[in-house]
Design a protein around this ligand. Structure first.
Ligand code: AMP
Length: 256
């Protein structure tokens, strides 16, 4: 049974005072964190899960990309610093991320639940999330760790092309658009994200190994970790994820 994605993410993407237009009335909301190196496909899996579980897709990378689209004069110096780190492929500082999350605290407590994608990325961010959930008397259902061999990660990232209008992703080898450089979905221009260039990819993978990979042990210790192989087509990975989460899900989600 697929729950429709009848939600917007205004409160998440824009921060206060923006509010989501859709009523926040989810039943038995799901709260998941997605982990995995850059390029394993967390964003795509987050969209599948958000649709399937009716939860909101909360990506910190999307918050920064939305800020980038706003005029430079509307950006705070903290955001300008964050965008500079992002351009190089480096992690944005924990302080800036913490401010961004505090501004969006309503999204963490949202009654529709959430699929967190790209946050937390450091132990300090994971502790912040634990503290915020504790204050709201909420808990995570699971932390899904997507696993993929390094060669495949490199091939996926360096061939990825993104639509500048609707953000759909294509790939030079495995998912060619019908017309070169043009999005199949909206006709927008396809480009290579600055942080998908080889120099940035190296920095991102290094940041992952140093700062984010330790979260695997952190969440294993909390008995929340579920590891899923991220090889194959997105639909296969999604099916594998739902199987891996079976013990932690309501049975009605498996009816179709
Ligand atoms: P993503 O779309 O999740 O790959 O994020 C793109 C970039 O945004 C990352 O390479 C970082 O520069 C930055 N970023 C996103 N989320 C975080 C986070 N939780 N902590 C630090 N940097 C982040």
């Amino acid at each position: 049974m697929e729950t429709s994605l009848n939600q917007d993410r205004a409160a998440w993407l824009l921060g206060p005072p923006a509010e989501c237009a859709v009523a926040q009335d989810g039943n038995s909301p799901w709260r998941l964190v997605l982990l995995g190196a850059p390029g394993v496909g967390k964003g795509t899996q987050a969209q599948f899960l958000a649709r399937r579980l009716g939860a909101c897709h909360l990506s910190t990378g999307d918050v920064f990309r939305a800020a980038k689209e706003r005029a430079a004069r509307e950006q705070t110096s903290a955001i300008a610093m964050a965008l500079e780190s992002m351009r190089r492929g480096a992690l944005v500082s924990d302080l800036i991320v913490s401010n961004i999350i505090h501004e969006r605290i309503g999204c963490i407590g949202c009654r529709r639940g959430f699929i967190l994608d790209g946050f937390p990325r450091t132990i300090s961010q994971a502790k912040l999330l634990e503290q915020l959930l504790h204050e709201k008397e909420l808990s995570l259902n699971a932390v899904v760790n997507f696993d993929l061999p390094l060669e495949e990660i490199l091939a996926r990232l360096s061939g990825r092309r993104t639509c500048e209008r609707c953000r759909a992703t294509f790939h030079l080898v495995s998912k060619l658009p019908r017309a070169e450089g043009v999005c199949d979905d909206c006709g927008g221009h396809l480009y290579q994200r600055e942080d998908d260039r080889l120099e940035s990819i190296k920095v991102r993978l290094d940041a992952y190994e140093r700062s984010t990979a330790p979260l695997i042990a952190f969440y294993r210790n909390l008995d929340l970790l579920v590891t899923v192989s991220a090889t194959g087509a997105p639909e296969e990975i999604h099916a594998r994820t739902m199987d891996a989460l079976r013990d932690r899900m309501q049975p009605e989600l498996y009816l179709s």
